[in-house]
Write a protein that binds this ligand. Structure first.
Ligand SMILES: [Zn+2]
Length: 507
């Protein structure tokens, strides 16, 4: 492969490459390494990722007592500092409840504490945090030390203001460097006033112009096109919420949660408001989109997109390539509509690994039938829906191969993608989701954004079901192989990440 400036100029066989050796400024012998398009993480929150990486990681903590022990340990290590933590889930704890402010005060010796639940839609806070902004307690969503919705937004702002500006900036850079180190060449930053502010979004976007870091493609989740355009976002999409999350029982369902009779979650926008948003963005020539997880919220999104097509013309809507985040509960009718309207499904395979299967959180919340039907990647791909993969970091870690593996080994076997289709969604899908057509494939004229990998074994062709797709694994079919991603197999190690011809990571 020959790279000239920021572009792939030539790709061919080793023998033919010799012609170009003399004119090349640098020759890299790949030996047995694999070169592949860099990953694109289509849904991240960079500052939050940095805060989570630096903060208290309480994912996997097994009880409320253990959580409080971790808080106490942190308070001893960094006395007087605010404690920001992420990742607790009370469902599997013997206590089956979140910590109270009094418990956090005792554990943290009175420090400011903000501990986000795994889905980052709920957090537990200490008395010192509540004292920092008395409006939290009065806000919608405050419930005895637990914060959701507006109360959560305010509490999060207070927690973040306890971190110095230069520290925040260092954490953003650290997160992007970490992305580069796992072979990610670009991230989609999902800014929204619900989580942060325009200054934070601007700081994150600016890092994308740093030649030593991956690209940052910014989305701003606010209604209308004007604000997003003024902030330099490519779309008014991302975490513009139609609903919440399944873990917090705030994803909007058509029929109630299995473990909370009568509860159907919340709906943040009605069809008219959502339609107005899609129409405004379509007319402005930018992408529109929503965060929608529950089946009723997704239906509202589809109705809005369809109504916008009636107003602006189907071609204008399809050409806008609007996008929906998460889209976890979709039936065949909805998938057909998403395909017809040219909508990108920006999905998170790691959610299925964490919460899917026949005994996970989804089944707890939704019952055995609905619970195993979430995140139907194979069905969406068959229906013609364009898929892009993301992590929603810090909800799940920034990752490339783990994401591909999660989709290739979906916990519901009928929804497994081939490794190749999954890899494509994790690379080219992310570019196409942002309407970038000249990236994600290593061919002449395309952006030279790629990663070089040390692969522990042979390259293989993995099919979702060998009984019906064995032909494609035959070497004579000429399907390029990928690393073996079967569960338990060692994953590739990143040797170098290159973004538009610039090396942003070597390892
Ligand atoms: Zn998000």
């Amino acid at each position: 492969m020959l790279v000239v400036d920021d572009t792939v100029a030539w790709v061919g066989a080793e023998g033919a490459a010799e012609v170009h050796v003399d004119s090349a400024a640098e020759v890299v012998d790949l030996e047995d390494a694999l070169v592949a398009p860099a990953f694109v993480d289509a849904h991240v929150h960079l500052t939050e990722t940095g805060l989570a990486r630096d903060g208290l990681d309480v994912a996997g903590v097994e009880s409320l007592t253990a959580l409080l022990d971790r808080v106490a340990e942190r308070a001893r290590q960094r006395p007087g500092e605010a404690i920001l933590g992420f990742g607790w889930e009370e469902d599997a704890w013997p206590e089956r409840r979140a910590p109270s402010p009094a418990e956090l005060d005792r554990a943290a010796s009175g420090a400011v504490v903000y501990l986000a639940r795994r889905d980052v839609h709920t957090a537990a806070v200490s008395t010192a945090l509540l004292a920092g902004d008395p409006s939290v307690k009065a806000a919608d969503g405050y419930d005895d030390g637990l914060v959701r919705r507006d109360a959560h937004r305010r509490a999060r702002r207070t927690a973040r203001s306890a971190v110095a500006a230069d520290r925040l900036q260092a954490l953003r850079v650290d997160s992007l460097r970490h992305a580069a180190a796992v072979g990610i060449g670009a991230v989609h930053e999902m800014g929204t006033p619900q989580i942060s502010d325009a200054a934070d979004f601007a700081a994150v976007r600016a890092l994308g112009s740093d030649p030593g870091l991956p690209d940052v493609i910014g989305y701003w989740g606010a209604l209308g096109a004007g604000e997003a355009q003024a902030l330099g976002a490519v779309g008014a999409a991302g975490d513009l919420n139609l609903d919440g999350s399944i873990g917090s029982r705030s994803a909007r369902l058509t029929s109630p949660y299995a473990d909370a009779p009568g509860e159907r979650g919340r709906l943040d926008l009605d069809v008219d408001a959502a339609t107005e948003h899609v129409v405004a963005c379509t007319r402005a020539g930018i992408q529109a989109g929503f965060h929608c997880i529950g089946d009723e919220a997704i239906k509202v999104a589809v109705q809005a997109l369809s109504a916008a097509a009636a107003q602006c013309g189907l071609a204008a809507v399809v050409g806008s390539r609007h996008r929906l985040e998460h889209v976890e509960m979709v039936d065949d009718g909805v998938m057909a509509e998403l395909a017809r309207l040219g909508v990108v499904a920006s999905v998170q395979p790691a959610f299925d690994q964490l919460w899917g299967g026949d005994s996970g959180l989804y089944v707890d919340r939704l019952g055995p039938e609905r619970g195993v039907s979430l995140n139907p990647f194979a069905s969406m791909a068959r229906a013609g829906v364009l898929l892009a993969f993301g992590s929603d970091s810090p909800v799940t870690p920034l990752a490339g191969w783990e994401t591909v593996r999660a989709a290739a080994y979906h916990r519901t076997p009928s929804e497994r993608l081939s490794a190749r289709a999954a890899f494509s969604a994790a690379t080219r899908g992310g570019w196409r989701a942002a309407r970038v057509e000249d990236a994600g494939v290593l061919a002449p004229g395309m952006r030279a954004t790629f990663a070089i990998w040390e692969v522990p074994g042979e390259l293989v062709v993995q099919a979702p079901d060998e009984r019906i797709a064995a032909w494609s694994t035959d070497p004579r079919a000429g399907v390029p192989g990928l690393p073996d991603l079967s569960p338990g197999a060692g994953l590739p190690r990143c040797l170098r990440t290159v973004v538009r011809g610039r090396t942003v990571y070597t390892g």
